[in-house]
Design a protein around this ligand. Structure first.
Ligand code: FES
Length: 89
């Protein structure tokens, strides 16, 4: 590893050392709210000082499902390989 390589980490949550990239990857995996981000990586569960920054990241398109919802499209689609279920009576 090159010691002179520039490391570009933007920390969102200093209590738990969570970076902006980590929040974005959790959002891409389906965490669309600060609470879901907290469940994924604990960010926001100590002092709470980062919650607004997490909200801002989620509001800037970090969550692909939220974009679908904003466009009026279905965010949850059929799972590939899932069996067909009969209609409930
Ligand atoms: S900075 Fe994230 S919980 Fe304190």
């Amino acid at each position: 590893m090159n010691p002179f390589r520039e490391v570009n980490r933007v920390f969102v949550c200093s209590c738990f050392g969570v970076t902006e990239e980590q929040v974005k990857s959790h959002a891409e995996a389906g965490a669309c709210t600060p609470r879901q981000i907290a469940s994924a990586c604990k960010a926001g569960t100590d002092c709470g000082g980062c919650v607004r920054r997490i909200q801002a990241l989620l509001g800037r398109g970090a969550c692909p499902r939220r974009q679908l919802i904003d466009q009026g499209q279905a965010a949850l689609t059929e799972l590939p390989g899932a069996p067909e279920l009969p209609e409930a009576a």
